[in-house]
Write a protein that binds this ligand. Structure first.
Ligand code: ZN
Length: 188
């Protein structure tokens, strides 16, 4: 682990590298701020931040959930090829078997795996792997739609459009009507 001063000097060097002057007024505290911010936005490298997911027994309240449970939310991550953000929306669904989770845990899991250098394909897989292991559901699915600043900011011709990645398993892969139900939810 590098000392804070060393980290700050690295960011100063980066400022020089891009052609600016770290001594000018506006940039004086920037290296320090960047170091602090990186420790926040890259919190996903610290295993201590991994959410602890408790599950509930399905049918423990006399109701057997065997329908699709769907959730969606937003996320921010960093492209590992260019170290700039990609961000967007995720759509999660599962069909429970014996276990149920609170949906806030899904948001936390997405957040944890987003808060590091990522590619969109792996982000989807990381989250689904983890939740599948915990839930052992009949089916599980995650679709992510994201804007990538590394594509949008470069060059004169601005690229617009979202990239979509998905990971569909179990019933979502085998059963077309279940898959369609989920996809319709995403479109609306
Ligand atoms: Zn990129």
């Amino acid at each position: 682990m590098k000392k804070d001063n060393q980290k700050i000097n690295l960011v100063r060097d980066m400022l020089i590298m891009i052609g600016d002057n770290p001594e000018r007024n506006g940039l004086k505290d920037t290296p320090q701020r960047v170091v602090k911010m990186w420790s926040e936005v890259f919190r996903g490298y610290n295993k201590k931040n991994k959410p602890v997911v408790t599950t509930f027994e399905n049918n423990s309240d006399g109701i057997m959930y065997d329908q699709m449970i769907v959730d969606s939310g937003y996320f921010f991550s960093y492209c590992e090829h260019h170290m700039v953000p990609f961000f967007g929306k995720y759509y999660f669904a599962y069909i429970p078997d014996k276990k149920i989770i609170g949906l806030s845990k899904v948001a936390r899991m997405v957040d944890y795996f987003s808060a590091r250098l990522q590619i969109q394909e792996r982000l989807v897989k990381d989250v689904v792997d983890e939740l599948e292991k915990i839930l052992q559901p009949k089916g599980i699915a995650l679709v992510i739609q994201a804007r990538h600043l590394c594509k949008e900011m470069r060059g004169v011709i601005k690229y617009n459009g979202e990239m979509t990645t998905s990971d569909l398993r179990g019933a979502f892969r085998k059963n077309e009507s279940i898959r369609m139900e989920f996809m319709n939810y995403i479109r609306n």
